[in-house]
Ligand binder design. Structure first.
Ligand SMILES: [Fe+2]
Length: 149
């Protein structure tokens, strides 16, 4: 098991909500670990790829919970999450079958996630911060970075 090191979240993608920033960094860490694992061994660790998508699912649920708690309209953003998860799960199935390259999959995950944070999430966080949102206890403290799969 590999421990994620801080510093994989580019400064321009920090949204200043510790829980969300920690999850974003964890996702970049998992993508980076998978790139290394695939490059070094040429093997596709299927369980770790599936764990990455499970982590995306958990992260999206966190954003959806926060939007719900703040009473924000999150329909369009949630649709982006759902569409992306469907696309990534289909693409991962192709990786597992050998019909798609694992590195391409990871590069796409990284590219999509960077764009999603800088466009969709930033807008969401701005709306969240300008709402009368009262976070659940512990929210502003964020979470510790978790171990990579
Ligand atoms: Fe999002």
């Amino acid at each position: 098991m590999k421990i994620c090191l801080p510093g994989l979240l580019p400064a321009q993608l920090v949204v200043d909500l510790p829980e969300i920033d920690a999850q974003h960094e964890e996702i970049f860490c998992r993508i980076e670990s998978l790139k290394t694992a695939c490059f070094e061994s040429g093997h596709v660790p299927v369980a770790e790829f599936e764990a990455l998508l499970d982590y995306f699912t958990m992260h999206f649920a966190t954003e959806e919970r926060l939007a719900d708690e703040a009473g924000l309209d999150f329909v369009d953003h949630a649709r982006i999450h759902d569409d992306t998860l469907r696309l990534l799960r289909r693409a991962l199935t192709e990786v597992i079958r050998g019909a798609r390259d694992a590195h391409s999959f990871l590069r796409y995950c990284e590219y999509w996630f960077e764009r999603h944070i800088s466009e969709d999430d930033r807008l969401f966080i701005n709306n969240l911060q300008s709402s009368n949102f009262m976070p659940s206890p512990g929210f502003w403290q964020g979470g510790d970075l978790q171990a990579c799969a």
